[in-house]
Design a protein around this ligand. Structure first.
Ligand SMILES: Cc1ncc(COP(=O)(O)O)c(C=O)c1O
Length: 428
């Protein structure tokens, strides 16, 4: 039996893949190695990773500097309990992050991934009020269409739908407000103010400027700025979930940098390690910190994970940080953003498209369809396969095809993707 067949077979017998039907999955492709924007299959074919492997890989695969940092760290200190102990990579990473986040961010709390960074943010926000013995502030505001992860708190603050249907009765209630669109700002501000006016809202959580999983839905910084401002004036904690938008994705280091009013809490993950190792980070402002400064031990933040601040992940993140701030990376982000914009403009008014949008290194094409516009739209599988046949990995969100490449992608590689997208528009 060929090695590939055997791997696929063995995988099928024992492995359960994420977001994948057990009964009728698309075939898995064994990957042997990866370099730059390419994944190399066991059969020796190369696949262009146009979605940065679920939005994590910002500097290209197997980046030598990050690989070296992980290797060096692994030979010194691979892991240590983070309660009662610390280490240089975690301290340095906290300093690095605080250096590029808004100046009022003061403390960095480590966890494991995007979902846990969100859980930490929610728990900090809830306990912030409890610690001050303010019991009336319990409600949480989120946008329609939100996605913040797959753990229970994160599911609760996310759009209710097929992904979390079996758990619906276990999720806590959230006040969902309309997703900002061109023509609903006044209504949205009105309902936000009504909620804020109850004095019962503990926190407002949002994906700044781009709702990723909802289909790369983009919205105006001005309206978000306004809502964060209202939240601040109404004593509501603002939480920016920058798990997807952080580290240059939207053209700036953080999407919140498009705002004047800054959130109290940031959730970070995905690109933080350059896409090499899992790591979650929640940062908060001095205001939040102060509610936890107490001799009363019940006011301690009792949260932690076995691998909190794993030194390998922190070392990878520090290496990724250096690369992120390098002039070449800044130039690449600008170049990709300009290319995306040019391509998006060339498609304006295309008869097969309902919308085409981009922000920074994210480009999204919303295909007009008579069927469901959800994740389960059948056009998805067709597009996925069309691109895979051309050696390009894109993973449409329903009828939304998007591109979110590693920043090292060249103009020629971008052209290959754009050609593929043009081809998709012809066949759908
Ligand atoms: C905005 C946002 N928050 C949180 C998450 C959850 O991150 P993870 O999958 O690492 O748990 C995601 C994942 O896509 C996300 O896009």
């Amino acid at each position: 039996m060929k090695k590939v067949d055997s791997l696929v077979d063995r995988d099928k017998k024992s492995v359960w893949h994420p977001f994948t039907s057990l009964e009728s999955p698309l075939p898995v492709i064994p990957i042997r190695s990866a370099k730059g924007v390419y994944l190399y299959t066991e059969e020796g074919e190369k696949i262009l990773d146009a979605i940065s492997s679920w939005w994590v890989n910002i500097h290209g695969h197997a980046h030598p500097k990050i690989a070296q940092a992980i290797s060096d760290q692994a030979q010194k200190l691979e892991q240590v309990i983070f309660a009662g102990f610390t280490h240089e990579p975690a301290i340095k990473l906290a300093e690095n992050l605080l250096n590029i986040l808004p100046s009022d961010q003061q403390k960095v709390f480590y966890s494991d991934d995007g979902s846990t960074s969100v859980e930490v943010a929610l728990k900090l926000a809830i306990q912030y009020w409890q610690n001050q013995e303010i019991t009336s502030k319990k409600r949480i505001i989120a946008f329609d269409g939100a996605y913040h992860g797959d753990t229970f708190g994160a599911m609760s603050i996310g759009e209710r739908g097929s992904f979390n249907l079996p758990f619906a009765s276990y999720l806590f209630e959230v006040d969902f407000v309309d997703f900002p669109q061109k023509n609903n700002h006044d209504k949205l501000v009105g309902s936000f103010k009504d909620l804020a006016g109850t004095g019962e809202v503990a926190a407002f959580i949002f994906e700044p400027l781009v709702q990723g999983a909802a289909g790369m839905r983009m919205y105006d910084p001005d309206i978000l700025d306004q809502l964060v401002g209202i939240a601040r004036d109404s004593d509501i904690i603002s939480i920016a979930d920058e798990v997807m938008t952080g580290f240059g994705r939207t053209g700036r280091l953080f999407a919140s940098q498009y705002l004047e009013n800054q959130p109290d809490i940031f959730c970070l993950s995905k690109g933080i390690t350059g896409g090499t190792l899992p790591l979650g980070v929640t940062t908060c402002s001095q205001k939040i910190v102060e509610a936890f400064l107490s001799a009363d031990s019940s006011k301690t933040f009792f949260h932690g994970h076995s691998y909190t601040a794993n030194p390998l992940a922190c070392a990878a993140a520090n290496a990724s940080y250096e690369i992120l701030l390098h002039e070449d990376t800044k130039k690449n982000i600008k170049r990709i953003s300009a290319r995306h914009l040019e391509f998006a403009n060339s498609l304006q008014g295309h008869k097969k498209l309902k919308d085409v949008r981009c922000l920074g290194t994210i480009l999204a094409l919303e295909i007009g369809t008579s069927g469901q516009t959800s994740y389960f739209n059948k056009v998805r599988d067709k597009i996925y396969q069309y691109a895979m046949n051309r050696g390009i990995l894109i993973r449409p969100l329903g009828n939304v095809v998007y591109v979110m490449p590693p920043y090292v992608i060249t103009d020629e590689q971008l052209d290959t993707i754009y050609d593929c997208l043009q081809g998709i528009l012809e066949v759908v």
